[in-house]
Design a protein around this ligand. Structure first.
Ligand SMILES: [Zn+2]
Length: 246
């Protein structure tokens, strides 16, 4: 098999039968929006950039703190205090200058999300709070995009994909009703460094497969227990009482 027409950098990936030249070219045409340049967003952005994604927009209004560095692998000690989206953009420019990266330094509110959805194909929810998670879900659903949602607390991770190009798809609100949730933050409960990296990389894995039209975790909630190293899967169905999609 040949990978002619594909930059040498991506030749190993294009050699995969499941991807091939067409899959790699589809990845190169895909625009991803990453909400959050923290523990999940950093490894996800790294894998997407290294895979030759067409375009990345990274949204984060937070600043890099020293306690972020173990998980948030695009940030460095020299960039403590810098906006996280800008720090991620700097890192990715070094790692793969061929991938255009836009840094958005505002909070991801409804208006900003609605605007950003217009210029992306796939959204990666890499936030750390339910309020933004639900806002991202609503915006992705309204704009009929593919949503990869991920989260990690302690040793436990969750991952799910919703393809809102299909009108009958369930949504994040079907899984976690808006009024029933309370945030569990790494700052209060602790979090295991590699668990976050794993789930962030898995989110990128799903986004890349979606870009290449391969089967993803669509409507399947993956629960990852990295303490026991056990994986469990639940199918997600539409909640007739969902306040967002019903
Ligand atoms: Zn729903």
């Amino acid at each position: 098999m040949t990978t002619a027409g594909i930059p040498e950098r991506y030749s190993r990936q294009a050699l995969l039968d499941e991807l091939g030249i067409e899959g790699q070219q589809a990845i190169a045409r895909t625009r991803c929006l990453i909400i959050g340049a923290g523990g999940l967003g950093c490894p996800a952005a790294l894998a997407l950039a290294e895979s030759g994604i067409g375009h990345l927009t990274i949204v984060d209004a937070d600043r890099v703190e020293i306690s972020n560095l173990p998980r948030q692998i695009l940030h460095t000690p020299a960039r403590v205090g810098m906006n996280k989206a800008l720090s991620a953009q700097l890192a990715l420019k070094d790692i793969n200058p061929d991938v255009p990266v836009v840094a958005v330094t505002q909070w991801a509110d409804d208006a900003l999300l609605a605007e950003l959805m217009q210029s992306c194909d796939i959204v990666l929810d890499c936030t750390d709070n339910f309020k933004t998670r639900h806002a991202v879900n609503r915006a992705a659903r309204n704009a009929r995009k593919i949503l990869v949602t991920s989260s990690v607390v302690r040793f436990s991770g969750q991952l799910c994909v919703f393809d809102f190009r299909h009108t009958q798809t369930p949504c994040y609100g079907c899984l976690f009703p808006e009024d029933e949730e309370t945030d569990v933050k790494a700052s209060s409960t602790g979090v295991f460094t590699p668990s976050v990296g794993m789930i962030g990389m898995m989110a990128a894995c799903e986004a890349l497969k979606a870009a290449a039209n391969l089967q993803t975790l669509t409507n399947r909630l993956l629960l990852v227990d990295t303490l026991r190293m056990q994986f469990q899967e639940l199918s997600v169905t539409r909640d007739p009482d969902c306040t967002i999609c019903a």
